[in-house]
Design a protein around this ligand. Structure first.
Ligand code: G4P
Length: 526
């Protein structure tokens, strides 16, 4: 197969959702359709049960599961699909944000009872940073959910994206009859079943077809006709280009656990979702069709066994063909790297591969050379953009409890930060070390892993901080002056970038007003 065909047949995406909306269930059904797994129940939830979070086995288990399901590759109708998993627990949201930098599109699952939830909104903000195309799947139609019009309005309003329903539900909950596919003019009748694979589909010329009454009943048929007329009147025709630019989200309705609506979601997905897209580096745009290989690391998994501290780095291939055992330039690294142990993830198996193409994700066994955000190339000196750090939400100062183990502590912290477990800031004054995370759970993970893997003991002292703001000014002198005058509140991130540690929103606002020439950013890339 030609190189450009290899690229065109790939779709790399992630499913995102607020916990419990049905991400794991939908993942499993997609894998069933793709023939990647044979039975339901094969995909393990990667959720950490908060009630058992002090049970460290849970976290160990989670880490094991998430390696296995980090990338699920399967082939459907000749399309090679790479589905990237994202952590179920919201305390690991930063992991999800980074994974989103490695995909070309997303499917967003929304619970029809709960509507748009907080995590959905945050994830959407991240998608917006790169104009990632979004398909919405409104799930759990077998439950008494909210009015579909209201749900669509909420998506538009809270997620700030235009929507275009491509299917429409007939009833809901107990009276749920199925969905009408507005695009294909097909009626899919609902029969609750967790096992069956294909939907019972009837094709129509249009909704005026008199068979409709017989299939769904007189009342629902009249309602459907009214709804279809209204939708076609209110929403402009579905604009695929608008979807590809991240401006319009097509919406499907279904019930993942009943396997309902999943088939049409997948069929539409492979038709409209983008093949591997170009990516930006600091110096230029890189097209997937370029002959020379390039890629970046967006995720690192450490081995839990302290005696074998090798890790798996997950590399997204952006251009060219990646080949096993070829030396590649590790941009900004000390030496070229070659990888003999390269894995791809097909369904839940890992297999060794010799080559991989743009859009693919490979796992590279690494002994500690790679870190998140690193770029590999065939010689060119460029670094992929788009793996920003986001301002943490919780900050704590690191207190070393065992002075004899300072070296171990430093090494452990450095390695955990390279894996992206949390962020690390060092204050300008007093060299105080602060860890910032999205959730409380990460502190427990860090404390546990430092002890378990590095034999270092730490405690954390809470700090009253609102946000870490990466600061920038056009004129370096202005920035230097700002840093000097606010030095009690200045820290540096792991790359040495200056960060203003704001104690409250009001105070940040005041400082912003007083220093109009300084830009304050909640992400490390802008
Ligand atoms: P998540 O990964 O997004 O967190 O959600 P997950 O798929 O684990 O689904 C959360 C719960 O919602 C599960 O129930 C799941 O069975 C249920 N669910 C998913 N899709 C549907 C659907 O279409 N209709 C209905 N009624 N429920 C759905 P659970 O009780 O937490 O777990 P389980 O014991 O049922 O697996």
């Amino acid at each position: 197969m030609s190189f450009s065909k290899e690229i065109q047949k790939r779709r790399t995406f992630a499913i995102i959702a607020h916990p419990d909306a049905g991400k794991t269930t939908l993942t499993e059904k997609l894998l069933l359709f793709g023939g990647a797994i044979q039975t339901a129940g094969a995909v393990k939830s990667n959720k950490i049960d908060v009630a058992t979070k002090s049970d460290w086995m849970e976290i160990e288990k989670q880490r094991g599961i998430s390696v296995a399901t980090s990338v699920m590759g399967f082939t459907y109708k000749d399309i090679k699909i790479n589905l990237l998993d994202t952590p179920g627990h919201q305390d690991f949201a930063e992991d999800t944000y980074r994974t989103l930098t490695a995909v070309d599109s997303v499917i967003m699952v929304i619970d029809c009872v709960k509507g748009v939830e907080i995590q959905t909104e945050k994830l959407m903000e991240v998608c917006r940073m790169r104009n990632t195309p979004v398909i919405c799947f409104i799930n759990k139609l077998d439950r008494e959910g909210r009015d579909p019009y209201e749900l669509l309005d909420e998506v538009e309003e809270k997620l700030n994206i235009q929507v275009r329903p491509l299917s429409w539900p007939i009833g809901m909950g107990k009276s749920f009859k199925g969905v009408y596919n507005l695009y294909e003019k097909q009626l899919n009748l609902f029969t609750p079943s967790q096992r069956k694979l294909s939907d019972d589909r009837q094709t129509f010329e249009d909704v005026e077809d008199p068979r409709l009454e017989g299939l769904i009943g007189v009342g629902p048929a009249a309602q459907l006709r009214e709804d279809v007329e209204l939708i076609e009147g209110v929403y402009p025709d579905f604009d695929v280009q608008g979807y590809l630019e991240g401006k319009v989200a097509p919406v499907f309705f279904g019930s993942a656990v009943n396997n309902f609506g999943v088939n049409e979601l997948l069929d539409t997905f492979i038709r409209i979702a983008p093949a591997p897209k170009s990516r930006h580096t600091e110096v230029r745009e890189v097209l997937p069709e370029e002959e020379k290989f390039s890629g970046f690391v967006f995720k690192i998994h450490a081995n839990m066994d302290p005696n074998h501290r090798n890790r798996i780095a997950f590399l997204r291939i952006c251009s060219g063909k990646f080949q096993r055992n070829r030396p590649y330039t590790h941009v900004k690294g000390p030496k070229p790297l070659r990888f003999s142990n390269v894995t791809q993830f097909m369904a839940q198996d890992r297999e060794l591969v010799d080559e991989a193409f743009p859009g693919d994700i490979v796992g590279l066994y690494d002994t500690g050379n790679l870190k998140i955000g690193d770029t590999l190339t065939e010689g060119e000196d460029m670094v992929f953009k788009g793996i920003p750090a986001f301002s943490p939400e919780i900050f704590k100062e690191v207190i070393n409890k065992d002075a004899m183990k300072t070296k171990q502590l430093e090494k452990g912290l450095r390695q955990l930060m390279e894996e992206g477990v949390a962020q690390y800031f060092t204050y300008d004054i007093g060299a105080r070390k602060v860890i910032g995370t999205v959730g409380q759970l990460q502190f427990e993970v860090i404390q546990f892993r430092l002890k378990n893997e590095y034999n270092a003991s730490v405690e954390f002292a809470p700090m009253n901080l609102y946000k870490a703001c990466w600061v920038h000014a056009k004129d370096k002198k202005v920035l230097d002056e700002f840093i000097r005058s606010k030095n009690r509140h200045i820290a540096y991130d792991k790359e040495g970038k200056p960060v203003f540690m704001a104690e409250s929103r009001a105070w940040l606002q005041m400082v912003q007003d007083n220093y109009p020439d300084i830009q304050f950013h909640f992400t490390s890339e802008f």
